[in-house]
Design a protein around this ligand. Structure first.
Ligand code: MF3
Ligand code: CO
Ligand code: CO
Length: 259
């Protein structure tokens, strides 16, 4: 412990700006999500948008990742590589994950999009995953322990009949892409480090319809799929611990009050 960076006011302002741009980029991406479009096309548009805002897409070149965004459809849990061979079709559910570097600062956010009409089962998974992130965010306040985030997420997902991916986690973010701590989405109550004002990290639960296990595609070394090929959904925000609670830095729609 002790490796968790407490950000200075100047760093917080920089990370806030990058986070807002990442969220604006997700809004920008939405217009391209429709049947017949390839995930590579969306990635190209998003990359242009980020560059035109004087920022850099963090994934590109990160440990060899080839594209500007992660786009993960249906049974892909995370780290889907945008491709000209992945063509969206009616009924698909997809996660688009955007991380921007603006003036050296990182902001990281993702959400689900639907293509045309999706099944009630898909809707239910998406709604549940959205609520899992809400519940995690409610736990963010000084003095609380990181384990309580994963505790409430796991309890709720299980009650709805879903499973929580344990092989990928949230993370400290801002100065680097992935900082301490690791933020588990399934954990025990009152375990882990204690939250302090000035910490910034993501919560990004990945919730599966079936088994929690992830398999990485051998062909590309990135794409993480459900082991049973059932659906997976994810939402992600970048969150600052304030003196009294939290500020969701990637929330540009004021869905979360500053507490
Ligand atoms: N944005 C992802 C996250 O939420 C990380 C993507 S790593 C990459 O942590 F290399 F695939 F881009
Ligand atoms: Co993240
Ligand atoms: Co992300």
């Amino acid at each position: 412990m002790g490796k968790i960076i407490i950000k200075t006011p100047e760093q917080i302002e920089g990370i806030r700006k990058s986070s807002r741009l990442a969220a604006q980029t997700l809004d920008f991406a939405e217009q391209f999500v429709k049947a017949g479009v390839t995930t590579e096309f969306i990635d190209d548009k998003v990359e242009e948008f980020i560059l035109s805002n004087n920022a850099i897409p963090a994934p590109k070149g990160y440990h060899g990742f080839p594209k500007a965004t992660c786009i993960s459809p249906n049974n892909v849990i995370c780290h889907g590589i945008p491709s000209r061979n992945t063509i969206l079709k009616d009924g698909d559910i997809i996660n688009i994950d955007i991380t921007t570097i603006l003036d050296g600062y990182y902001g990281d956010t993702s959400r689900m999009f639907t293509v045309g009409e999706v099944s009630p089962a898909s809707e239910n998974l998406i709604e549940t995953t959205f609520h899992c992130l809400d519940l995690g965010i409610e736990q963010v306040k000084p003095g609380n322990r990181f384990g309580n985030i994963g505790f409430v997420i796991n309890r709720y997902a299980k009650a709805k009949g879903y499973s929580v991916v344990y092989e990928f986690c949230g993370h400290g973010v801002g100065i680097e892409f992935h900082e301490e701590p690791q933020v588990d989405h399934a954990s025990r109550r009152n375990t882990g480090a204690t939250m302090k004002p000035g910490m910034i990290f993501t919560i990004e639960p990945m919730i599966n319809q079936g088994k929690p296990k992830a398999n990485i595609d051998k062909s590309d070394g990135w794409t993480a799929r459900t082991s049973d090929n059932k659906l997976s959904a994810q939402f992600e925000h970048t969150i600052l611990v304030t003196e009294t609670g939290h500020e969701v830095l990637t929330d540009i729609h004021e869905e979360y009050p500053v507490t």
